[in-house]
Design a binder for this molecule. Structure first.
Ligand code: SF4
Ligand code: SF4
Length: 291
């Protein structure tokens, strides 16, 4: 299951890339930019501005889980199986379905169209998400097709998966984009739902046992993981990973995920402002990045 395939990406690895967003993630970060990709099932996006409360979706839903509340439709998402009947019934295109089942071959047929751009720019294919390790067989099937056809491969992962899965998938991966969200296991659990123990253990093995090239990716979330203490311990940990670390990328928090939470009829769990330029400059200095 994928929830997006984006061509001509330039921030998900080297060169021009196609990024395939694979459903499923073991983490539930407060600041998630792609909440529609957290679960491995299709999700209904509701655009409330378009909803007139006509009730056609209510009659169309075989599970009887839609009601009209305050003049707008409302869905019990715990029971929704993503059949799409309500989407077909809506006359105002207020509802859409995000996430679809595709074969690895279908994905590959699409990504291979840009082979010439990959070749000229040193690009390739990146599996992101969600998390590609949440659907390992599917990810391996896509990656294998890419490698068999001489296309550079990358995955973007939070790293929370059994080592056996990580190792199997990485056989077909040229570059790993690895997320570091917090160095304190308790805070990591509080903000993402899981401890960082497995994540940090896995990245050590990726670097020291497999010697895979890694780009460290650090979301900068003001008030959550941007204290000097946490930034310094993240920088220290990454330095100790050695030569495998090819780049460190800071990913400043932005509010683009907020609209997606609204469309999923979920409350946006917090409200903060993106980090200032000055703050980012100070963080870059700690990582010895060019400012
Ligand atoms: S996708 Fe199907 S089950 Fe889900 S709300 Fe729409 S009609 Fe009901
Ligand atoms: S069918 Fe569309 S416009 Fe009518 S209540 Fe449902 S979502 Fe709203």
């Amino acid at each position: 299951m994928v929830f997006n395939i984006q061509r001509y990406c330039i921030h998900d690895g080297p060169g021009i890339r196609t990024t395939v967003f694979i459903n499923g993630c073991p983490l539930k970060c407060f600041w998630c930019q792609n909440p529609e990709g957290q679960s491995i099932r299709p999700q209904i996006f509701l655009n409330k501005d378009r909803c007139t409360g006509c009730g056609r979706c209510v009659s169309a839903c075989p599970k009887g889980i839609i009601e009209i509340f305050g003049g707008k439709s409302r869905t019990n998402r715990d029971v929704c199986d993503g059949c799409g009947k309500c989407v077909e019934a809506c006359p105002n295109e207020a509802r859409s379905l995000v996430g679809r089942w595709v074969s690895a071959e279908e994905v590959f047929d699409l990504v291979k169209k840009d082979y010439i751009f990959y070749e000229k720019s040193g690009g390739g294919v990146t599996l992101s998400g969600g998390d590609p390790l949440a659907q390992p067989e599917f990810s391996i099937a896509i990656l294998k097709l890419c490698k068999d056809n001489n296309i550079h491969t990358a995955i973007e992962t939070c790293g929370h998966a059994p080592w056996k899965t990580v190792k199997e998938v990485l056989q077909y991966v040229d570059l790993v984009l690895y997320d570091f969200k917090h160095m304190d296991p308790e805070k990591h659990k509080q903000y993402t739902g899981v401890s960082n123990n497995l994540i940090l253990e896995n990245v050590k093995r990726i670097c020291h046992e497999l010697s895979k090239p890694v780009w460290a990716r650090i979301p900068i979330i003001p008030g959550y993981n941007d204290s000097p203490d946490n930034i310094e311990s993240t920088a220290k940990f990454i330095k100790e990973l050695g030569k495998s670390i090819q780049q460190v990328n800071l990913l400043p928090y932005h509010r683009l995920g907020e609209t997606k939470f609204e469309r999923l009829e979920k409350e946006y769990p917090f409200s903060i402002e993106p980090p200032s330029e000055e703050h980012l400059t100070n963080i870059k200095k700690i990582f010895n990045l060019t400012v």
